[in-house]
Design a protein around this ligand. Structure first.
Ligand SMILES: C[S@@+](CC[C@H](N)C(=O)[O-])C[C@H]1O[C@@H](n2cnc3c(N)ncnc32)[C@H](O)[C@@H]1O
Length: 339
């Protein structure tokens, strides 16, 4: 059993991404989930940071954490560092007192303490109630509604490189480019991995395609504007090693054979009207979703409103809907669609 430390404030969204690389993901507290098994894709997740081998869970108090550690089978020797965390400051438990207290349990059990370069790091994570983000519905199992403490040996803490790929750092940048952390979560939810083809039919500057390429999928992009096509080619050519294809086209009638992709993922234009076609945005998104359904069995669509009815009219089944506040006047809706 594993302990996943989730990033962000929408636990269901993070857990849905985690489920692309782990089985039986269950949110046990705000920012904390457990999983039964992991795949080697775990280090590719945007919203799962540290992963630990779970030793046990307890009530969120130092005494309960101590008791759980004392009764756990430790199966390790060598030097240790105890690192405690109070996720989002939700429990108010003293992390310093926890580190001292649980450190002394490990010393009594024969470990030496090395805070600089320990053989093993013991994670002690206190967390409050799970958040539900702004999402209207969540399909991921939620295991608790009170706080918890989880203890585990750190197994992996992948380096974070997302800020290095901030849209403004890329060769081609336009306002509205998607942030790489969100883009990575979306392509993971779409199922991007080596051997798959991921299509973004409205690729803009290529934010989603960069992340699809970085997890080993073959990215294919289309945009109605030549400027975006050239810019995405430049970004992909600089940032990924995988082969890719980008062309100018209309997302409503793409020049690809049926089932050409494993997944479609796109960020629909925001606003009431598209400048590009002059038709209503709903008609554009509806036609694009109908063509997406011809091309792949799964689509992840992002928009400034819920495209649920439009997606259902295009024949899709909506399997998850997440809503994220961007600022006071903009919510982002994310729909996961299955054919
Ligand atoms: C919200 S932006 C995508 C932003 C992108 N995710 C990024 O990271 O830069 C929407 C894109 O859809 C394109 N677009 C609008 N109508 C289109 C259509 N009918 N076919 C293809 N692309 C279209 C626009 O040119 C724009 O680049």
């Amino acid at each position: 059993m594993y302990l996943l430390e989730l990033a962000g404030t929408d636990d269901d969204f993070a857990a849905t991404e985690a489920a692309s690389a782990a089985s039986d993901v269950t949110v046990v507290a705000g920012g904390l989930a457990t999983a039964e098994t992991l795949s080697d894709r775990i280090s590719q997740l945007a919203l799962t940071h540290r992963v630990s081998d779970l030793l046990g869970t307890a009530q969120p108090t130092v005494a309960a954490a101590r008791e759980t550690l004392e009764s756990a089978a430790l199966h390790r020797t060598g030097s240790v560092a105890v690192r405690a965390r109070d996720v989002r400051g939700a429990t108010g438990v003293s992390t310093q007192a926890t580190e001292r207290e649980l450190g002394s349990v490990l010393v009594e059990a024969g470990f030496t303490v090395d805070l600089e370069d320990p053989d093993h790091e013991l994670r002690v994570v206190f967390a409050g109630s799970p958040s539900v983000g702004d999402s209207p519905a969540a399909d991921v199992a939620s295991g608790a509604d009170a706080g918890a403490c989880a203890i585990g040996w750190l197994a992996t803490d992948p380096p974070r490189t997302f800020t290095e790929r901030a849209p403004t750092e890329r060769p081609f940048f336009q306002p509205g480019s998607m942030d790489p952390t969100l883009a990575r979560a979306l392509v993971n939810i779409a199922g991007a991995q080596p051997g798959t083809t991921v299509l973004d039919p409205m690729c803009g500057t290529g934010g989603l395609l960069i992340e699809a390429g970085l997890v080993g999928a073959t990215p294919v992009g289309v945009d109605a504007l030549e400027k975006m096509v050239q810019g995405t080619r430049e970004n992909l050519g600089t940032l990924i090693d995988e082969e890719f294809a980008v062309c100018r086209g209309d997302a409503r009638r793409l020049p690809f054979a049926d089932d050409a992709a494993d997944a479609v993922v796109f960020d629909a234009p925001y606003g009431r009207q598209t400048k590009i076609t002059g038709e209503t945005l709903a008609a554009l998104v509806g036609d694009a979703l109908a063509d997406a359904r011809r091309l792949a069995a799964r689509t992840v669509i992002v928009g400034d409103r819920s495209w649920q009815t439009v997606a259902e009219e295009a024949g899709w089944t909506v399997t998850a809907h997440f809503q994220r506040r961007v600022h006071r006047s903009l919510d982002r809706h994310i729909l996961v669609l299955e054919r």
